[in-house]
Design a protein around this ligand. Structure first.
Ligand code: PLP
Ligand code: TYF
Length: 397
C-alpha cells in the first residue's frame, strides 16, 4: 500500500535549516528557523538547565511511567508561570494542565480536545500565522479560517478588521491568539486591544486558545502574559498551549503544556478527564526529562534567579539587535523605512521584500530567510550585521 503514496514537500522553514547547513560560504547567515542564537551564532544549553540536569542525574530514582498528565509539580509551576501565583482562575481551582511534548504537542492535544467538545468547530487563526497551526488543526479534522491581523502595508495591525471578523465568530468556534512575540510578524496586541478581544469573546461566547511560545522574549515574563492573564480573568473558558522550547532553550527536549480553564471546578474535572483521554489516545504519557528540568529550576530560588538572568540576556540581545538592525537598514537602504522592526517583539519581523529579492539574498549572499520575508533577528550579530544590511540594500536597489 505504500506505493500509492505521493511525496509531500518538507516544512519550508525546516528545509531552510538543511540548505543552510549544506552551504559552504563562510559568510553565510541563518535568519530562518526560530531558534535563539547568541553573538557567536550558537544556541547553547542554559546554565540553569545544565545545573538542573546535574541535579536530575544525581537524584532521579526511577524511570517508571510518569502518568497521563506528566509531572504534576511541573504542571502546577507552569500554571503559575503563565497566570501568576494568585490568578482568580487558579484560586477558584478552575485550571487543569497536562504536560505535553513541546508547544506543538500541546496544540495537538488542544485540537483533539476541541474536537471532543465540538466536532464542527472552526478554529480561527491570524493572517498570517505560524504555518504549522493551520496544518495541525486541519490534520486533526477541524475547519480552519483566518481573521485579519497583520497590516503588510503599514507594518502594524489591522485591528479594526480583526474586531469586525471576531464579532461574527459564533459560540462553539475557537479563536487562536498569540500571547506575545507573534510568529511570524512580531506584531503584538497592546493591553487595550486584549481588553477589547476579551469583551468580544464574552459577548460572542466563542472559546479562546492562547498559544504562548515566547514568554519572556518580548518585554518580561509578566508583561508578555498580561493579555492572557486579563483574558483568563474575564472569560469562563480558555485553552492555553505553552512551550518551554524558547524561554528555557529546551527545543529538542520537547516540553510544553496544555492548560484548560473551565467555568467551575466540576466542569474543570470533566474537561481534565477528556484532555487526559486525548493524551492517552495519542502518546499515552509525555517524556519526563524536560519537565523535570523546568520543575527543578522553578523549585529553586537560586536556579530561578539564574534562569531569569539568562532569559533577560536573551531578550536584551534581541531588542538591542532590533534597534541596531533598524539603524543599519535605514542607513543603507535609501528610501526605505525599517523603523517597524523596533516596534515589534520577539525574534521575528517581516522585512517586506519580495520573493526575487529573498532568492537573491540566498543565492548571491548565502543569507537564509523564510520565503515570506520573515527574519529571525537573533541570527544577526555585530560581526555580520553590515554584511546583511549591505546585501539587503543591494537586492532592493
Ligand atoms: N507556537 C508558535 C507560535 C511557535 O512559533 C512555535 C515554534 O516553535 C510553537 C508553537 C511550537 O513550539 P515547540 O517547538 O515547543 O513545539
Ligand atoms: O517558526 C519557527 O521558526 C519556529 C520553529 O515545523 C519551528 O516555530 C518551525 C517549523 C516547525 C517547527 C518549529
Amino acid at each position: 500500500m505504500f506505493s500509492q503514496l505521493k511525496p509531500l514537500p518538507t516544512d519550508p522553514i525546516l528545509g531552510l535549516m538543511a540548505a543552510f547547513k549544506a552551504d559552504t560560504n563562510d559568510k553565510k547567515i541563518d535568519l530562518g528557523v526560530g531558534v535563539y542564537k547568541d553573538e557567536q551564532g550558537q544556541t547553547p544549553v542554559l546554565k540553569a538547565v545544565k545545573k538542573a540536569e546535574e541535579f536530575r542525574l544525581a537524584n532521579e530514582t526511577t524511570k517508571s511511567y510518569i502518568g497521563l498528565a506528566g509531572n504534576l509539580e511541573y504542571c502546577q509551576k507552569m500554571e503559575q508561570l503563565l497566570l501568576g501565583d494568585a490568578h482568580p482562575a487558579l484560586l477558584a481551582d478552575r485550571v487543569r494542565t497536562a504536560q505535553a511534548p513541546g508547544g506543538t504537542g500541546s496544540l495537538r492535544v488542544a485540537a483533539e480536545f476541541i474536537k471532543r467538545c465540538n466536532e464542527q468547530a472552526t478554529v480561527w487563526v491570524t493572517t498570517p500565522t505560524w504555518a504549522n497551526h493551520i496544518s495541525l488543526f486541519e490534520a486533526a479534522g477541524l475547519n480552519v479560517k483566518e481573521y485579519p491581523y497583520y497590516d503588510y502595508d503599514n507594518k502594524g495591525l489591522l485591528f479594526d478588521d480583526m474586531v469586525n471578523t471576531l464579532s461574527q465568530v459564533p459560540a462553539g468556534d475557537v479563536v487562536l491568539l498569540h500571547a506575545c512575540c507573534h510568529n511570524p510578524s512580531g506584531m503584538d496586541l497592546n493591553f487595550a486591544q486584549w481588553q477589547k478581544v476579551a469583551e468580544i469573546a464574552k459577548v460572542q461566547g466563542f472559546t479562546v486558545l492562547v498559544d504562548i511560545a515566547y514568554q519572556g522574549f518580548g518585554t518580561s515574563l509578566d508583561e508578555d502574559a498580561a493579555g492572557l492573564r486579563h483574558l483568563a480573568s474575564q472569560v469562563d473558558e480558555l485553552i492555553i498551549c505553552s512551550s518551554c522550547s524558547k524561554n528555557f532553550g529546551l527545543y529538542r527536549e520537547r516540553i510544553g503544556a496544555c492548560s484548560v480553564i473551565s467555568k467551575d471546578q466540576a466542569t474543570a474535572d470533566i474537561a481534565n478527564s477528556v484532555m487526559l483521554s486525548v493524551v492517552r489516545s495519542i502518546y499515552s504519557m509525555p517524556p519526563a526529562h524536560g519537565a523535570d528540568i523546568v520543575n527543578t529550576i522553578l523549585s529553586s530560588d537560586e536556579l530561578t534567579a539564574m534562569w531569569h538572568q539568562e532569559l533577560d540576556d536573551m531578550r536584551s540581545r534581541i531588542n538591542g539587535l532590533r534597534s541596531l538592525l533598524k539603524d543599519k537598514l535605514n542607513d543603507k537602504c535609501e528610501g526605505m523605512d525599517f523603523s517597524f522592526i523596533e516596534r515589534q517583539h520577539g525574534m521575528f519581523s517581516f522585512l517586506g521584500i519580495n520573493k526575487e529579492q529573498i532568492e537573491r539574498l540566498q543565492k548571491e549572499y548565502s543569507i537564509y530567510i523564510v520565503g515570506s520575508s520573515r527574519v529571525n533577528v537573533a541570527g544577526v550579530s555585530k560581526d555580520n550585521i553590515d554584511y546583511f544590511a549591505d546585501a539587503v540594500a543591494a537586492v532592493t536597489k
